[in-house]
Design a protein around this ligand. Structure first.
Ligand SMILES: [Zn+2]
Ligand SMILES: [Zn+2]
Length: 166
């Protein structure tokens, strides 16, 4: 839950900072989210319209795709949502517009923020761009030290030499 009480918002511009947990945003099934999530909110209230710019910063925990070592990485993303009770602006297709009834007292920002953070997770997770990964034979982490396994990749020039020697 990341609740904003509409009555607490003044007309015009206002700001708020919040710190929420993965639990608050219902992100518990995503093991990447373990650190607190810093949220900054910029609100612009104009009658029955509230534009909210949400910015979130956190540190996510990953397992490297190549060397399977855990590592952390900063993650930050932002989104803008227009909350309005103007029926003319009601548009179910547009996620950036959220219709609220005129009697609505609270807005829960957890749902849109959760979606945004999940989409911000990278598909490829590397502890560093040039991670050498694990040796396919002995499983050694090649970032720490080279292992003594023979390499399978044979240089084509050596292939020719092999033929020549036979
Ligand atoms: Zn790695
Ligand atoms: Zn090896």
């Amino acid at each position: 839950m990341l609740i904003l009480r509409i009555a607490d918002l003044c007309e015009g511009h206002s700001e708020q900072r919040r710190q929420v947990s993965a639990e608050d945003l219902d992100l518990m099934e995503y093991q990447e989210f373990q650190a607190p999530i810093e949220v900054s909110l910029q609100m612009e209230k104009n009658g029955d319209q509230i534009i909210i710019a949400i910015e979130a910063h956190t540190t996510v925990s990953f397992i490297c795709d190549r060397c399977i070592e855990p590592f952390t990485s900063p993650l930050h993303d932002r989104l803008n949502i227009l909350y309005t009770s103007d029926v003319k602006l009601k548009n179910e297709q547009d996620e950036a517009i959220c219709y609220v009834s005129p009697t609505t007292q609270e807005i829960d920002l957890a749902d849109p923020l959760r979606q945004t953070l999940i989409l911000a997770l990278p598909a490829k997770r590397l502890c560093k761009p040039d991670c050498k990964g694990l040796c396919a034979r002995c499983g050694a982490n090649l970032n720490h030290e080279p292992c003594n396994c023979p390499t399978d990749q044979v240089d084509p020039r050596w292939e020719q030499l092999k033929d020549f020697l036979q």
